[in-house]
Ligand binder design. Structure first.
Ligand code: NI
Length: 226
């Protein structure tokens, strides 16, 4: 499932994050790549342990906790601290699948189930730079407003198209989900959204809503992993 989450950051939130990271020390983006990905990637990245990445990451983590759509769509168990990248003229990241396992700051390991890109540059400011994702339903090209985020399965083949004008700055991170399987996560999300919509007209106390809500939670109980 691919999920567009509008306005994870407000306009002033984007400006606050950009003020922090734009003043940071950017370095070659291959520091976080596996050997094979490094061959295909050309961009800049804020070092993981830099003050700028930590401070801006904290603003984004707080915004994620407030986003009901993010929680419903990702069903997060653990979230890696956000990283930041910048693609300038001729930069790109060719087709790849993200590493399955990543290391948290405390040294523990998480499985990457969901990948997230939070756009921090308005689309008018650059040409190219689309995030292209091949999932089971076809090829999707994504270029969102600053502050908007896309979630996609970490198992999908994806790339960042070459930049032909301007620069594209984004935050990106991975989520280990309570529900590992993308199809199950998508089903739970669709159910959750449909129940919420139906409850608006029927009311939370309607017997059908109570049964459907119970069904949602019983599926989640069955599928949730520790
Ligand atoms: Ni990737």
């Amino acid at each position: 499932m691919m999920l567009h989450i509008p306005q994870v950051l407000t306009r002033s939130g984007v400006e606050a994050v950009r003020a922090i990271i734009d003043a940071g020390d950017w370095s070659d983006g291959n520091a976080t790549s596996g050997v094979q990905a490094a061959l295909a990637k050309k961009n800049l990245q804020l070092p993981l342990d830099s003050t700028a990445a930590r401070d801006a990451g904290a603003l984004i983590s707080a915004a994620l906790e407030r986003s009901l759509l993010f929680v419903a769509g990702a069903l997060p168990a653990r979230i890696l601290p956000p990283l930041f990248n910048r693609y300038g003229p001729d930069d790109a990241f060719a087709d790849h699948i993200d590493n399955a396992i990543r290391v948290m700051p405390d040294g523990s390991r998480i499985r990457t189930d969901v990948s997230a890109t939070l756009f921090l540059t308005d689309p008018e400011a650059y040409d190219g730079g689309e995030l292209t994702v091949d999932d089971t339903f076809g090829v999707h090209q994504v270029k969102l407003a600053a502050g908007d985020m896309i979630l996609y399965p970490s198992s999908s083949l994806h790339r960042v198209e070459p930049i032909t004008r301007g620069a594209r700055t984004s935050a990106f991170f991975w989520i280990q989900s309570l529900v590992r399987d993308d199809g199950r996560r998508a089903l739970l999300f669709d159910m959750d959204m449909a129940i919420q919509r139906a409850a608006l007209t029927l009311g939370q106390g309607d017997p059908a809503i109570i049964t459907l809500t119970g069904g949602y939670h019983n599926l989640l109980r069955m599928w949730a992993e520790p």
